[in-house]
Design a protein. Structure first.
Length: 102
């Protein structure tokens, strides 16, 4: 099982993941950013939840259009995990999807 902490994902920024929606075709997306949430009471959060909150930003090919949902993500080293992701709309790199892990 993948440990949901930023240190798990930071080494894989720039790498591809296969994203599998509940319905529709799987697509490839690159992990563009892993960001620890700034500010707040991290010590209190760590005591309650066991980790510092962070977010993951993925870029998929332009035109990828999947609604927010729990996706299955597959990665060569990390294996398979499920994350709830939200589409943020496109930018110059393609379609953006974000997962926030609290």
């Amino acid at each position: 099982m993948v440990e949901l902490v930023s240190a798990t994902f930071e080494p894989h920024v720039g790498e591809p993941f296969e994203i599998v929606p509940a319905e529709g075709e799987p697509f490839s997306a690159t992990l563009s950013r892993c960001t620890v949430t700034a500010g707040g009471d991290h010590e209190g959060w760590i005591e309650r939840v066991g980790r510092v909150p962070f977010s993951l930003l993925f870029h998929a090919p332009a035109g990828t259009d999947a609604p927010q949902q729990t996706f299955v993500l597959r990665h060569a080293q990390l294996g398979e995990l499920a994350l709830f992701m939200v589409p943020l709309g496109p930018d110059e790199l393609g379609a953006r999807y974000e997962a926030i892990i609290g």
